[in-house]
Design a protein around this ligand. Structure first.
Ligand code: 6R9
Length: 650
């Protein structure tokens, strides 16, 4: 299996050549990459697109199964290579090493469990699972039979599970009884049982027993993973799928209350995520190029510390590394357990060569004693990566100096749930890195900076700042919002004509390097988690004492951005600490603990425009203690309230 080699660019000149080719003839460019994969039937057309509808189809008519590309085609050459190394929460429990052949067997076996329980091609299956290999196995089993997975992050509340299940009408829910994260048990099955009261579409629940705790099971509906395996055949031929059939739905927050079910399809997603993985991380090939002067004797070990519940885990823990034949690490625990040295202990123990994490984790770890880093041997590390939010200069240097020891390139990868795969990033050891810059677009990606009037700021060898859009389709872009194509069109394709709007702002320097400056809409990124302000406000407003609320982000040392809630109460309701706690708990219960506001300020009114829109811009400045220039407040409906809010700011 030579795919990972043949896909890789090996020099800056090769990158430039590929980039130019991808702009001049995008179809030929992507077809030459798609050819490296295993297809049952070649596509009829490479690309059909119209951003006005919007409609995008890659490799139409092509027939394939993604799991054959992740598993079957590796068996001859990489069958005995480790596909997944699983590292448990408890460092005293044993790691698991699963080879490509074992994974192939497990996926096929579990795929039959899905079939035996009535799951067919096109059915939606919800996964609410901890970070255990069975999560990857369940995903791949869905893909093997053509079912569509919808993974809900296992930190989300029952309400969040129920609304996602209902939105896409999932027929099955797969979960685990409970899991430990640090010292805390998380009762996943209990959360599911609460959700299942409101999800009539679910016919079967498969429960993986992760701990020995007794698990409440509902007769006829709930079945144990292990029991079902006993009844199932081991061999499962892959369902032959169309390139544009659905692979998965993944929900991401929007600026209105309802989460958006982003739909990803099989062929383009496979081609783009694998190509970007091979080039950004440069697994295997790097050592040969002598990035650290090492001679490679063991295969690379790649570890992305994200949760599979987010897009980063879908694309860059499971699908792309497996399609590229690389060993991928899955970690069940948290960076602070049993102490803040856990990440480095794992890198040392597993000889991790590629480590990919979020700036928020880096900032939290940089706050700890350096002894926790230095007592571990990190000499195996060759490449570092970041994703999820802009990385500040200080964190970048700490990561570079202390983890990379100054000689491991940092790939700052910019992309989104909607983009499916990495869009702007250095290629490790191939293109230059620069602190706080995601740097250059990958081949095939045509970014555009837009000015406030909606005109493109074309590159003219001068720096520019604006909003980031993409001018041309790329294979792994989301095709729609499940069940709401109109919203897909409005959110992404209505801001600029014939372009995809990212929702991010960006700065481009005089040499064409991009730095992402952050969201320009009502999405706040807390500890790398993409949260919509609207659903959090809706949750707070459910409290009987609350009249209205507004959520904004403010800078936070560790989280990057933390949440500040401005809350007005109904007349006669007492603002006090007990109420503050209730509000925070309500958010945790409705959305999840990550959405709890750090600060809750009770105010007599929220600043509003005359048309009744809350002026979050002003609240953002107050929350950030940046009140020197609040701008013109005289046009507000209630300008007096601004002074009151400032005086009592937390
Ligand atoms: C992959 C992922 C997407 C939003 C995106 C942007 C922010 C992601 C970034 C970054 C600066 C980076 N973001 N990577 N900002 N530099 N390297 O995180 O997807 O959860 O959908 O979030 O995250 O604001 O628009 P998602």
């Amino acid at each position: 299996m030579k795919v990972r080699d043949t896909l890789q660019l090996r020099s800056f000149a090769e990158y430039k050549e590929a980039y130019n080719q991808s702009i001049e003839n995008p179809e030929e460019f992507w077809a030459s990459i798609a050819e490296k994969f295993y297809w049952h039937k070649r596509w009829d057309t490479i690309l059909e697109w119209d951003f006005k509808k919007p409609e995008v189809k890659w490799f139409k008519g092509g027939k394939l199964n993604l799991t054959e590309n992740c598993l079957d085609r590796h068996l001859d050459t990489l069958g005995n290579k480790t596909a997944i190394i699983w590292e448990p929460n408890d460092p005293d429990e044993e790691s698991r090493h699963i080879t490509y052949r074992q994974l192939f067997v497990k996926v096929s076996h579990f795929a039959n469990v899905l079939k035996n329980n009535g799951i067919k091609k096109g059915d939606r299956v919800c996964l609410y699972m901890p970070m255990i290999p069975e999560l990857a196995i369940a995903m791949l089993a869905c893909a093997r039979i053509g079912a569509v997975h919808s993974i809900v992050f296992a930190g989300f509340s029952s309400k969040a599970i129920a609304s996602r299940i209902n939105d896409s009408q999932c027929k099955m829910l797969i979960t685990a009884n409970e899991v430990y994260r640090g010292t805390k048990p998380i009762k996943l099955k209990e959360m599911c049982d609460e959700a299942l009261k409101e999800t009539p579409s679910i016919e079967t629940v498969i429960v993986y027993r992760r701990t020995v705790e007794p698990t409440p099971m509902k007769e006829g509906r709930d079945k144990f993973w292990y029991d079902e395996l006993q009844k199932a055949e081991k061999e499962c031929p892959a369902e032959v799928m169309d390139a544009e059939d659905l692979l998965f739905i993944l929900y991401t927050s929007g600026s209105t209350g309802k989460p958006k079910g982003m739909v990803h399809t099989i062929g383009g997603y496979m081609v783009h995520t694998t190509y970007t993985f091979a080039n950004v991380f440069q697994c295997d090939h790097l050592a040969a190029a002598g990035v650290k002067g090492q001679v490679k004797s063991v295969p690379d070990v790649y570890w992305c510390s994200a949760d599979i519940g987010w897009i980063t885990g879908h694309s860059y823990i499971v699908y792309a590394p497996l399609a590229a034949g690389v060993t991928t690490v899955m970690f069940e625990g948290i960076p602070s357990y049993p102490d803040y040295g856990r990440f480095w202990e794992i890198c040392d123990k597993l000889d991790v060569t590629h480590f990919y994490t979020a700036p928020t984790a880096i900032r939290a770890l940089a706050k700890q004693s350096l002894d926790l880093v230095n007592k571990h041997d990190l000499s195996s590390i060759k490449v570092l990566g970041t994703v999820g939010e802009p990385i500040n200069e200080e964190a970048w240097h700490w990561y570079n100096d202390n983890i990379g020891k100054g000689n491991s390139p940092i790939v700052d990868t910019w992309w989104q749930t909607e983009t499916g795969g990495i869009m702007i990033s250095p290629l490790a050891g191939i293109t230059p890195t620069r602190p706080t810059f995601a740097t250059l677009p990958l081949p095939g990606i045509q970014p555009a900076l837009m000015d406030p009037e909606g005109n493109e700021l074309e590159f003219n060898s001068q720096s520019a700042e604006g909003r980031l859009a993409i001018k041309f389709p790329w294979p792994s872009m989301a095709r729609t919002i499940y069940g709401d194509h109109q919203r897909y069109k409005e959110v992404y394709f209505s801001t600029y004509e014939n372009m995809y709007f990212t929702g991010d702002g960006a700065y481009r320097d005089a040499t064409g390097n991009y730095r992402i400056t952050g969201r320009v809409d009502d999405v706040v990124i807390v500890s790398g988690h993409n949260l919509g302000t609207a659903p959090i406000e809706n949750a707070i407003n459910e409290h009987l004492a609350v009249a209205e609320s507004a959520i904004v982000g403010f800078p936070h040392d560790i989280k990057g951005t933390a949440l500040y809630a401005f809350v007005t109460l109904y007349d006669g309701k007492e603002p006090n600490d007990a109420l503050r706690i209730e509000i925070r708990e309500l958010v945790a219960k409705t959305i999840g603990p990550i959405a709890k506001p750090d600060k809750v300020q009770f105010v007599s009114g929220l600043p509003k425009t005359r048309s009744g829109k809350i002026m979050r811009r002003i609240l953002r400045k107050i929350a950030s203690k940046d009140t020197a220039n609040l701008g013109d407040t005289s046009t507000l409906l209630n300008p007096d309230v601004v002074q009151e809010i400032m005086d009592k700011a937390l």
